[in-house]
Design a protein. Sequence first.
Length: 538
Amino acid sequence: MSTVPDQPTVPAHRTEATRLLCAGVYLDLDFRRRVIEELWEHRERPVAPSLGIDVAPVLGHALRARGQDAMTAFFLVVLWAGFAACDYAYVSTADPAGLPFGLDLPMVWCLMYAVVSMVYWLAQVGAGRGGSAYVVDNRTLQSGLTGHGSMRAVKVVGSCGLLSAYWELAIEAMADGAGNWPAVVFPLLLTVPVWFHRIWVASVMREELCWRAWIKDVPRIVPNRPALVEAIDREQCSQLLVYDASRPFIGMGQPGEPWFFALELKRRAGADAATAPLTAREVLELIRPHLRDLQGPDEAVTYDSLKGLDMTELVCVPPKWRRNEVPYDPVKVGQCLREALEGGGEWHRHFLWVRVGAWKQDVVVSVLVRVHTQGGMLVVEVAPHVLMPVRLEYRAVDAIGERGEGGLLGWIRALRTAHAAGFAAVVSTWRACSDGCRSWFAAAQRALPDSPAASVRELGSADRLSLFQEMDASRYIRTVQDRVVSGVRDALRSRGYETDEFEQQVVQLGAGSVYIGAMSGGAVAVGREARANARSQR
């Protein structure tokens, strides 16, 4: 039997999930911040496994989006400074009776518009639109927004009410006296940088991230750090996974219900007692054919995602090396895999990682199988995980790219969203500066060895599956588990071991039944609302 593990499939940078996540950094400020924080600021951490995506282009687009936000914020700050100066010059010489609500405050119009912009931005965040400088309207979104519906309505209506009140006061004040012109002119001027920002984002969506451009193999946008990109490409598809015991399997998605069985290896009557003991490697090699059969023959035409089933041997190791010292060399990784499989230790864990990428890699099902045979026992552990689909808000990329933001309609949309967008651009730049300072003080190059703290794919994922996706994920998990059981049964039979106890433990287990080897007294209840009472017999 071969001891060479299957080589992992390198994640393609052209998958649909990668495209949507690249678009998400322009539409979701919090997502962009977390991507940059995890991949750019904490360079001492290796990246988590990237299932169905390539994280390097996501980081490249995130850094470029942040730079464009900084440029937009610079022009906005200049205009805000002009607004404040002109407003101060007017208020200092104006009659208090002509000021809004009689407020004799310096820069009263500037302060009022700043409050309106802040409230409008908070309403955007509360409505689940990410708080980015590019505000996506309701017509562009393909799904409902996150958050409680009544709270969204209160925030949106309240912000619109404040905006309407400001413009009503400003126009009335300008009609009463020519000195009130900053209250109207500067809010209109503040729309210009936002409009150009929206035009730029729309051009990126149309020329690079729209599905028509994506399939034409546009250049791969990556950070201008070749060493970092090389490390990401090496780590995101490696068979060696650095993990933290408090947060294992980061990047795999939401864990399902794990199950395991353990049984004593007993020779069948008449079997050759001189046969070598069963090893974990032999069990895995007999499981593989059952899983490969799910793919079907190569010439078969099928659209089932099981045809693309992928198997990889994985070893999980604690963070005991610095990032540049982790032994990702294929020879050393192979040695770690063999030692973890044969040793069956707690710190170095070996898994057979079975992956099914469904819905164009939008939903990824992972089943991790661990086998060890020590002390005359066979123990099999199965841990299923489901990676949720990319957030529906990011699917606005195609609508934005096709529509564009030029012309009169584009300017009107910019006018409607400039209040929140301008504030968002300034907030983004301020956060970027504070994050950069924090990263500089932290000195990542001297940090202790660490494991991934977050997965880019999980950061951009929704919190639930659709009904169809849930049905498919359940089918894939049950199918893989059944084939694992079949492989273990074949391994026991081929080496002359009894299988009665094994079959008692696993028969009907997938359907939710309970096997009890022996019971004296007590009661058993199965099901969500089942109840059991124990009564003594006299």
